[in-house]
Write a protein that binds this ligand. Structure first.
Ligand code: MYR
Length: 131
């Protein structure tokens, strides 16, 4: 289960990924150490998410397979949905400003939550531990 509170522990290629997203260097430096914490509460097909970081705190709900809007901390707006692929969560989102796709996968690996991202050929990971 993904349920619980997850605190980012380390990143893999995240700066390159953010660069591909067009995020400037100052913001990338801050975002690489954003102390992101995500609380996931799944109830059937519906998820309640609490996100907190150095940038903001927000709460939201989404349902698997149902499109919703989500803004990144820098204001970039996405639209898309999560679905389950086996034991993993797969998110397919589109940037509203340029129509390009961002995909993301959440998997549990050895007690950690691994979130992978892909945008325009660049892959990154953020690895979370339970807190
Ligand atoms: C959630 O499940 O946590 C809420 C919905 C998140 C959907 C979007 C995930 C993509 C985040 C990409 C971050 C890239 C920062 C440059």
């Amino acid at each position: 289960t993904f349920n619980g509170t997850w605190k980012v522990d380390r990143n893999d290629n995240y700066e390159k990924f953010m660069e591909q997203m067009g995020i400037n260097m100052v913001k990338r430096k801050l975002a690489a150490h954003d102390n992101l914490k995500i609380t996931i509460q799944q109830d059937g097909n519906t998820f309640h998410i609490k996100e907190s970081s150095n940038f903001r705190n927000l709460e939201m709900d989404f349902t698997l397979g149902v499109t919703f809007d989500y803004s990144l901390a820098d204001g970039t707006e996405l639209s898309g949905s999560w679905s389950m692929e086996g034991e993993s969560m797969k998110g397919v989102f589109v940037r509203k400003d340029n129509g390009k796709q961002l995909t993301t996968i959440r998997t549990l690996e050895g007690g950690e939550l691994v979130q992978s991202y892909n945008y325009e050929g660049v892959d990154a990971k953020r690895i979370f531990k339970r807190s």
